[in-house]
Design a protein around this ligand. Sequence first.
Ligand SMILES: O=P(O)(O)OC[C@H]1O[C@H](OP(=O)(O)OP(=O)(O)O)[C@H](O)[C@@H]1O
Length: 178
Amino acid sequence: MASLLDRLKVGFHWRGDGPVSFADVTEWWRDPVVLRDLPPALAALVPGAPTVVIGPASRGTLLGALVAAHLGAGLVELRKNDRVAEHGPEFLTHRLPRSYHEGGALLSFRRALVRPDDRVLCVDDWIETGAQALAAREMVASIGAAWLGTACVVSDLPAGSPVAGTLGLRWLLRADDL
Ligand SMILES: O=P(O)(O)OC[C@H]1O[C@H](OP(=O)(O)OP(=O)(O)O)[C@H](O)[C@@H]1O
């Protein structure tokens, strides 16, 4: 695990030339050891036996697919601004306001992909406000499926935020470690 955490730190970069910093995690996927070791490390964070992993687009979907394959579970893409979702009653949607991440987003998945007897694990690379994962949790709850928790690589939530408890959030690193 120490070696994985070290590699995550080495492959991480803050970007931006002003007062705002942006997280650049693209180098993680370029490291075959991270790609191999990250899925089992994330899967081990949250107890339970997921039948479905839900991953917010795009990096949550990328990582979620790796975790789902490791667990032998299915993957549900939590799509972002998928136009068909606005035109099909079979899609469950949740709109994040324009103030969210400088533009908002329409989150969606096809309702039938999560069943009431599913046990759902949410996977993402980074949790900042928790808004996307909270939306996923609400959407999953509306179907009646069980929410096992959220596994992320980096938590950027303020210490003591109640959102962590609501999400059942577990992480490998805090943003302050980077
Ligand atoms: O906790 P939150 O405030 O909801 O923010 C975290 C989300 O934001 C980032 O995704 P983004 O929408 O930037 O898309 P990306 O995965 O394509 O980078 C990140 O990957 C999480 O999904």
